[in-house]
Design a protein around this ligand. Structure first.
Ligand SMILES: Cc1cc2nc3c(=O)[nH]c(=O)nc-3n(C[C@H](O)[C@H](O)[C@H](O)COP(=O)(O)OP(=O)(O)OC[C@H]3O[C@@H](n4cnc5c(N)ncnc54)[C@H](O)[C@@H]3O)c2cc1C
Length: 327
């Protein structure tokens, strides 16, 4: 395999998402800085595409059309595959969001690519690529070789650092839309209803997460979790016991049937560490467990453990974090 790497961008609050910047960083280390090309589709991609320049990317392709904000992934996959072909790209990289995973699956077919999702490391080995990723709910790490002319990879969020922001410029090249089959435009989004949007970072983007479990005992006690998360500048998560009890909406749930997260720091408070919960957070960089039962399974995966009553430990910890951060 030879050729440039195409990084497909995604927006978060009108700017390139952190996951996109992390993908740029991985692309630069695999292909060399000058061999990375950005791609962004949307109704007004030119402004946010400038973010590629600030990550050290000199060239980006932009697909601009009002319809691109709400169409099914088929159109974007078609545009990315065509752009990758005309560039002679060997690798397409994207952040591991719902958008990214959907795109990668489509590129497997449309671009005849070897695909992998949830990837935590990517290296070039001769003419192919080698990826590593957690499997079996994080209880093992798989190494996989991607052979063939094309590879398409969705990265696990927070597995790599984004490049430092620099004042670089990016040259934008428009992507033609006339080759997209008419039927691909047929499925389009009519509306988006935000179910819940709390203060602070979203669960999947957050680099710090504090999650509460059944040990918190009641919905009103969850403010202890909120306060610790706020003092750390992190997001709040929950176990399924909590969402089943209605103490927090389902959107807070971390685990097999909830969100898959991999923050820099995951604090599990009053959570036993059932395998279904671990499946959602095991690849967090540092895990801290607070639990009154020293035999709780969560301590087997924790880097740091506090055996104690959360009603004493958490307020003391919050106070100490606030003091240390001058809050
Ligand atoms: C198909 C399937 C899918 C599932 N998907 C998910 C999922 O996505 N996410 C998920 O989380 N679960 C999921 N579950 C449920 C999972 O099996 C567990 O039941 C759940 O994770 C338990 O939540 P918990 O740890 O909060 O509660 P518990 O297991 O009841 O643990 C509560 C913990 O709090 C501790 N505690 C109690 N009081 C205190 C105190 N005062 N101070 C400190 N610690 C205290 C206890 O020692 C205990 O360890 C799934 C189950 C199934 C069958």
């Amino acid at each position: 395999m030879t050729g440039p790497t195409l990084v497909v961008g995604e927006l978060h609050d009108g700017a390139l998402s952190d996951a996109t910047k992390e993908a740029v960083s991985v692309a630069q280390s695999v292909s060399g800085k000058e061999n990375v090309v950005g791609f962004l589709a949307g109704s007004s991609p030119r402004g946010p595409a400038a973010g590629f320049g600030r990550c050290g990317v000199a060239r980006a392709l932009v697909a601009e059309d009002p319809r691109l904000d709400g169409v099914a992934g088929a159109v974007v996959a078609h545009l990315v595959a065509s752009a990758a072909d005309s560039l002679g790209a060997e690798l397409v990289l994207v952040g591991g969001s719902t958008f990214g995973r959907d795109l990668i699956a489509r590129l497997g077919i449309r671009w005849n690519a070897a695909v992998a999702t949830g990837v935590t490391s990517l290296t070039r080995t001769g003419a192919s690529f080698e990826v590593r990723r957690p499997v079996f709910g994080g209880r093992a790490t798989e190494t996989r070789q991607l052979e063939g002319a094309h590879a398409a990879v969705a990265l696990r969020p927070h597995a790599s650092a984004a490049p430092p922001d620099s004042p670089g410029e990016v040259a934008l090249t428009p992507v033609p839309l006339d080759g997209v089959p008419a039927s691909f435009w047929a499925a389009k989004r009519l509306s988006v209803e935000v179910v819940s949007r709390g203060a602070g970072p979203s669960l999947t983007d957050a680099s710090i997460i504090v999650s509460g479990g059944r040990g918190v005992r009641a919905a009103e006690n969850f403010r202890l979790i909120d306060e610790l998360a706020a003092s750390l500048g992190g997001a709040v998560g929950a176990s399924r016991a909590v969402t089943d009890a209605g103490w927090r909406p389902e959107s807070y749930q971390v685990g097999q049937t909830g969100k898959q997260v991999s923050p820099q720091l995951y604090v599990a408070v009053g959570i036993s560490g059932a395998v279904q919960h671990l499946m959602g957070m095991i690849s967090s960089r540092v895990i801290v467990a607070i639990n009154s039962d020293s035999t709780a399974p969560i301590f087997k995966v924790a880097d740091y453990g506090i055996v104690g009553d959360l009603f004493q430990v958490v307020p003391a910890l919050t106070q100490e974090v606030k003091r240390a951060r001058g809050q």
